[in-house]
Design a binder for this molecule. Structure first.
Ligand code: NAG
Ligand code: NAG
Length: 504
């Protein structure tokens, strides 16, 4: 109260004689006078109207954006539409979308292209998708962590039979007990039988009693040299780089290597069961000249995911797997967390030679059930839509959730194989800027043992490098190589995107 009254006083004072030395008075009366004289003036009115119009335009722009994002999305694939439309593989925005969403994708366009992502909305949400000309399919959201969809009837029974027969013709081989690509799992192999000296000697290729950087790097690039896990390698390398000489003597190596063997890491390794699987598999190429069912399948993947077709075409071939009685695979991730010392296997062509370990980088997985299984053989997502995820919590009270032979019944989500049904899930989160972000830990999945019948599945993985520049470099390199060989050129012409959009 006192403050207010004193203020009033000061104002009165201020009006009477302007140059008062106190702080408030010179400003207060001044401002009030300006307002009073300008509130009804023309200039003021114009300013207000301009702001008002800008505001209205903003609202309209926002509504239009929301409309274009959701309108066709409900029909096809959630929010994927505008981002797919705004960036074709070459990076040029399609004109019809440019005025509305151009501003929002400026950043993405500078990177070349964006990765569309289908909206899940909520578990149980069903959206209509058009992947073949003459009928619509229903795509149901099964979980949000990971973002997982089920599309019944993605393949006809006839198409399932063709893929199985092609796989049989090509011939299947035993899947290794240890998946060669599971970088994380590889660390499980015992290291205890080797002394530090022996490890040093193994790494010291030229046997000069010193470890050079090149020796560690080259070791890490060999596929068989996986008994040292990436973390250990990184620590050795860090220790080496800290050395003024740039080389490690045995004594220095002892120190570095012992540090990297501290319990924290080994602990986790011991807790988790080894990655195991039993099945037979083969790979089927899906490019030009392959069976039309295989090519159709790939086109449907492009259609559904709305990814740039060049990306789909440069991805791994189709993997077909047969699980017989008792066959299974333990829970695993299809893709890999990105570290500075790893490089994606698929972009190694454009890769940095100093990267330590090659890992699979798979933005999403499409899995096709080619047969129905009488009993067992479910695909399990043990932590799907769990409230939290902690790696340690996977093994608790002697129960290992990754061990599908023992704990399939305990997982959060199990999907029964039905011939023709497809699953689609994202192995990575978005980075928030239209590109691939972190590995989604919740995408952990495995195959329960088949109890009766035979399970045939096919997997399509879309390879993306978390480093979009690297991905772009790689695609440019491939394109250049194929331009150098005119016969193959057609193969790398991206599908005409405008046509695709009409189909959808
Ligand atoms: C490749 O490695 C070099 C150093 O060895 C580094 O300067 C460069 O930035 C790296 N490039 C990429 C794309 O990571
Ligand atoms: C699943 O969520 C529950 C509840 O938050 C939690 O106690 C448990 O540890 C989680 N499981 C994993 C594997 O993180």
């Amino acid at each position: 109260m006192e403050d207010e009254s004193s203020l009033e006083h000061e104002e009165h004072d201020g009006i009477s004689d302007i140059p008062l030395p106190s702080r408030y008075p010179p400003f207060r009366p001044h401002r009030m006078q300006i307002q009073r004289s300008n509130v009804c003036s023309r200039a003021y009115f114009v300013v207000v109207m301009v702001f008002f119009h800008v505001y209205i335009l903003n609202v309209i722009g926002l509504l239009l954006y929301v409309h274009y994002n959701n309108g066709p999305g409900d029909h096809v694939s959630g929010g994927g539409d505008s981002s797919a439309g705004s960036a074709s593989p070459s990076g040029t925005p399609l004109p019809d979308h440019a005025p509305v969403s151009g501003e929002l994708h400026v950043e993405d366009q500078s990177q070349g292209f964006t990765l569309p992502r289908i909206e899940g909305i909520r578990v149980g949400h069903v959206q209509q998708v058009s992947i073949v000309p003459d009928r619509m399919h229903e795509m149901k959201t099964i979980s949000l962590k990971p973002l997982l969809f089920e599309i019944p009837g993605f393949l006809s029974e006839e198409e399932c039979r063709v893929v199985v027969q092609l796989a049989q013709l090509k011939g299947l081989m035993e899947s290794e007990m240890k998946a060669p690509n599971q970088g994380q799992e590889e660390s499980n192999q015992p290291l205890l039988s080797l002394s530090t000296e022996e490890v040093f000697s193994l790494l010291d290729l030229n046997q000069d009693g010193l470890l050079q950087k090149q020796e560690i790097v080259s070791h890490s690039r060999s596929r068989d040299g996986t008994w040292l896990n990436p973390d250990t390698l990184r620590q050795i390398l860090t220790g080496l780089e800290a050395c003024p000489t740039g080389m490690l003597t045995l004594e220095e190596f002892n120190r570095v290597y012992d540090v990297s063997q501290r319990p924290g890491q080994q602990h986790r390794v011991k807790l988790r069961s080894q990655f195991k699987q039993r099945s037979k598999h083969t790979w089927l190429y899906q490019g030009q000249g392959s069976h039309h069912v295989l090519r159709t399948l790939r086109n449907r993947v492009t259609c559904l995911t709305r990814l740039p077709s060049a990306l789909v075409e440069l991805s791994e071939p189709l993997q077909v797997v047969r699980y017989e009685h008792g066959d299974f695979s333990n829970a695993h991730h299809d893709s890999s967390p990105s570290h500075s010392e790893t490089t994606c296997a698929h972009t190694r062509l454009a890769g940095n030679k100093s990267a330590l370990t090659e890992v699979p980088c798979r933005y999403l997985t499409m899995l096709f059930y080619l047969s129905s299984v009488e009993d067992g053989g479910e695909t399990t997502f043990p932590v799907a839509d769990n409230r939290t995820y902690e790696e340690q919590a996977l093994v608790q009270d002697g129960i290992d959730l990754t061990d599908t032979q023992e704990t399939c019944g305990r997982g959060n989500l199990r999907i029964k194989p039905t011939a023709g049904t497809a699953l689609l899930w994202y192995n990575h989160l978005s980075d928030g800027r239209g590109w691939m972000g972190e590995l989604d830990e919740y995408s952990l999945h495995g195959d329960c043992p088949v109890k009766r019948g035979v399970k045939w599945v096919a997997s399509s993985w879309i390879n993306v490098d978390p480093d979009s520049q690297q991905q772009a470099r790689y695609q440019r390199l491939v394109a250049q190589r194929h331009q150098a060989q005119p016969g193959m050129e057609e193969h790398y012409q991206p599908l005409p995107h405008s046509n695709l959009h009409q189909d959808l």
